[in-house]
Ligand binder design. Structure first.
Ligand code: 2P0
Length: 351
């Protein structure tokens, strides 16, 4: 008997220009474009196995070994339905293909890092889900095409289908057909950039991104300014900086955009705080590190960025990483304790 099963994995991505706000909550269409770096370390990935079998009674999904309900009309159901639809189209065109689109699927997904700690588990999770169904159904793997479906699982997931430097173009159409991810440059274009992840806390975050960003859309006037007058130019400038391997500009824009995202969260009613005192101390440390470099006639040496949680991600050229780790361990001696449990503290290559 033929077994129809496929396993794939997808990495976490960390945004330099942040996605925060939807203009369509069902299709997950954003209020601004965003840009991220896909991490290429083995220990920041979701790995997903999908299996189609006529003996299964219904579609089921397990996340880190715990079964999750696949709610009708929900994000998981939408992604599975869309992928199944693409398989059905292939089967309609080619009668020799086995009709596995009619079989229920069982899906098992595992993250090798703490879920919901502001480390974008939904991004790698939905990207791995879509990639694994694409492999199961033997669909042509055009990553931008798949990103349209991963986007409907979780917005940031569309960016994890590519390695390297990735833009999610917000698009204009009401049906979302032009809201997908494209690769700005592959990892090999700029291998010198590394990401250092400092796990300040691995607790589940207080306000989920989905509900937090909707509250921001409804209440923040600063968000409207950001959408119209800030992000379009930053997308352009940071893309140029990546293509030119200009770390100074890349770092400046990355830090500005992290700051504005957290300002927009604070401008939400009621306000949302994702960073804590340790997060802010790490910002102060990086600001001082850069200030000294510039005062000595040099350029910026590191850039911090924070997502919907307190953990710091620091981008820097490889030659600076050792010095930055030493600085952090000096000022945050407890950082040593973070090294082992999840292996997240250390240099992370980016793909
Ligand atoms: C980002 N974040 O661009 C931004 C920065 C968090 C801060 O994408 O509702 O989990 O599933 O589309 O993708 C978090 O948002 O939200 C996010 P949904 P998602 O990475």
């Amino acid at each position: 008997m033929t077994v129809y099963q496929a396993t794939t994995s997808a990495p976490v991505n960390i945004a330099c220009i942040k996605y925060w706000g939807k203009r369509d909550t069902k299709l997950i269409l954003p209020t601004n474009s965003s840009l991220s770096v896909t991490l290429d370390q083995d220990h920041l990935r979701s790995t997903t196995t999908s299996r189609a079998d006529p003996s299964f009674k219904k579609d089921r999904l397990w996340l880190n070994g715990e079964e999750e309900e696949i709610k009708e009309g929900g994000r998981l159901a939408t992604c599975i339905k869309e992928m199944r639809g693409l398989r059905r189209q292939l089967e309609d065109q080619d009668a020799s293909l086995p009709k596995i689109s009619g079989y229920p699927v069982h899906i098992s997904s595992r993250n090798n890092f703490p879920t919901a700690a502001g480390l974008a588990s939904s991004a790698s999770g939905f990207a791995a889900l879509v990639a694994s169904l694409a492999a199961l159904y033997q669909l042509p793997t055009d990553a931008s095409r798949l990103s349209l479906i991963a986007r409907q699982g979780s917005g940031s997931a569309c960016r994890s289908l590519f390695g390297g430097f990735v833009a999610w173009q917000m698009g204009e159409k009401a049906d979302g057909s032009d809201s997908y991810a494209v690769q700005v440059a592959p990892r090999e274009h700029w291998p010198d950039i590394h990401a250092l992840i400092c796990v300040v806390s691995d607790d589940k975050k207080g306000t989920s991104s989905t509900s937090g960003m909707q509250r921001t859309v409804e209440t923040s006037t600063l968000l409207q300014h950001r959408i119209k007058h800030v992000v379009p130019e930053r997308m352009q400038k940071i893309s140029e900086a990546i293509l030119a391997r200009d770390f100074d500009t890349f770092a400046r824009i990355t830090m500005q955009d992290s700051n504005q995202f957290h300002a927009v969260a604070l401008d939400t009613d009621p306000p949302i705080f994702y960073m804590n005192d340790v997060s802010r101390s790490i910002i102060a440390l990086i600001v001082e590190y850069n200030r000294v470099a510039v005062a000595n006639g040099g350029k910026l040496k590191a850039a911090y960025t924070y997502d919907a949680g307190p953990n710091a991600v620091i981008y820097a050229p490889k030659e600076n990483i050792k010095e930055i780790v030493e600085l952090i361990v000096k000022y945050f001696p407890q950082a040593e304790a973070f090294k082992d449990p999840f292996g997240l503290f250390g240099t992370q290559g980016v793909k």
